[in-house]
Design a protein around this ligand. Sequence first.
Ligand SMILES: [Zn+2]
Length: 257
Amino acid sequence: MEVKWYGTATLAYSAEGKTILFDPFLPMNLKLPQPELNELAACGDIFITHGHFDHLIDVPKVVASGGGPVFCSKTAAETLIREGVKESNIIVVKPGDLIERGPFRITVLRGKHIRFDLKLIMQTLFNRRVIMHRHNLKLMLRESRRYPAGEVLVYLIEAEGKRILHLGSLNLDETERYPITVDVLTVPYQGRSDLPSYALKIMRRVQPQIAYLHHFDDSFPPVSSPVDVQPFISSTKKQFTGLRVIIPEAFKSLSLP
Ligand SMILES: [Zn+2]
């Protein structure tokens, strides 16, 4: 199975000539490489983890360019319909659902959104980046109200004998039964001041062979920031023997071992 990161939480998985795309987003930070809309649309099936703007706002454009159908929660579906996506292009899913798409078997699980901590909020607000990116901030404050998270979904993706637990936000639901010892856990690495210890708790629960980091780039400043992934690498090295951490390079397809 191949995995390709397009920045933010946009990931595509390919197996046997079929591709599925997650949370397509075009970075607001124009200094970052921009994915081609046509390439995202050509992936076909789109899966959404939650309704926040950095996971949903560009989905109507991808669908208008020929992408879809979109598998998402009821809340995300309502947002997409409001934004002009036809109902016939949307498939509402919920925890417990099993979706078969070509070689992929995708199980929908209950997820949970990361809780932004006060320290991070203060660091974000009292920062000269707020002045530099004030136009972005204004836009994001407006859009955050129009793009509620809704139900947060986690996807277990199975194909070619591999199991990937895909997270769009770094948290797990206390009551959900997640598979343990998966081949890959995708780790959206953004949203707290204490990310290494926070992520370690999730790593201990899932015990993956590979941690594939994403969402660590500064794609919507000043709310996002470029996150240093080194503390995660060094703390996991101490605690998990045999774990492989992948820090992907954007737009570079990687074959999962
Ligand atoms: Zn979010």
